[in-house]
Design a protein around this ligand. Structure first.
Ligand SMILES: CC(C)(COP(=O)(O)OP(=O)(O)OC[C@H]1O[C@@H](n2cnc3c(N)ncnc32)[C@H](O)[C@@H]1OP(=O)(O)O)[C@@H](O)C(=O)NCCC(=O)NCCS
Length: 189
């Protein structure tokens, strides 16, 4: 069980995913449909419905309840009803791995303001200090320059390249594999 509370930065409130935000989440996904399509699986029309958004947010809650993952919805401070981004830590594995995959996206109109970097700082601190994970992995397509710059700024190190790694936007896509390890040594329980 992972207990989640909101995380705060100078400009942002990161709210744990909850079906109560389904309408706001759907608005974010609809207005960023073209912006995100290149980096995501193909979506059908059902995906862009409030019921479907609510079910996805409920699944994120279950993942936290079962210790498998966490998802935060990014909102600007003082505007808690408008989602402008999302960060997930998925496939959390404990034992001798203590690792998770990082995912992130921000509203097209809010790029280039350092908001994702600001949000990742608190999420990575949460992953390392609260969840006590050892390794966070983040992978991007070679032509995703913004993602590459963001990860580099956050200290992620390139560990390799994977051919035909994920089936995104209708085809298998090569990825650059990166990871960040906890500066504070963590030992398996
Ligand atoms: C990847 C993604 C999250 C990066 O967003 P971003 O806004 O570029 O990232 P940051 O929040 O770190 O902002 C950095 C930019 O803000 C600028 N900036 C402006 N004000 C700033 C501030 N106060 N502090 C820090 N940076 C600031 C930086 O100079 C930088 O601009 P540059 O990249 O043109 O040099 C975004 O492009 C996105 O959502 N893409 C689609 C989904 C996606 O690709 N997800 C990842 C799949 S692997």
């Amino acid at each position: 069980m992972i207990n989640l509370s909101p995380l705060f930065t100078d400009r942002l409130e990161l709210q744990p995913a909850t079906p109560a935000l389904a309408k706001a989440q759907l608005a974010f996904e609809l207005s960023n449909r073209a912006h995100l399509a290149r980096w995501e699986p193909l979506r059908d029309e059902w995906y862009f419905s409030e019921i479907s958004a609510g079910l996805r947010l409920r699944q994120y809650q279950r993942d936290a309840e079962e210790g498998r993952g966490v998802a935060f919805l990014l909102t600007l401070k003082g505007v808690p009803e408008r989602v402008i981004g999302q960060i997930t830590l998925s496939q959390i594995v404990r034992g001798v791995f203590l690792a998770a995959y990082l995912g992130y996206k921000v509203d097209a109109a809010h790029q280039g303001q350092g908001l994702m970097r600001e949000a990742l700082e608190v999420v990575l601190a949460f992953a390392f200090d609260t969840l006590r994970l050892h390794r966070i992995m983040a992978n991007y397509q070679p032509d995703n320059e913004r993602s590459a710059r963001l990860l580099e700024r956050c200290g992620f190190v390139i560990e390799g390249k994977a051919h035909d790694y994920l089936f995104l936007n209708g085809a298998w896509r090569d990825h650059v594999l990166t990871a960040l390890t906890n500066p504070d040594p963590v030992l398996p329980a």
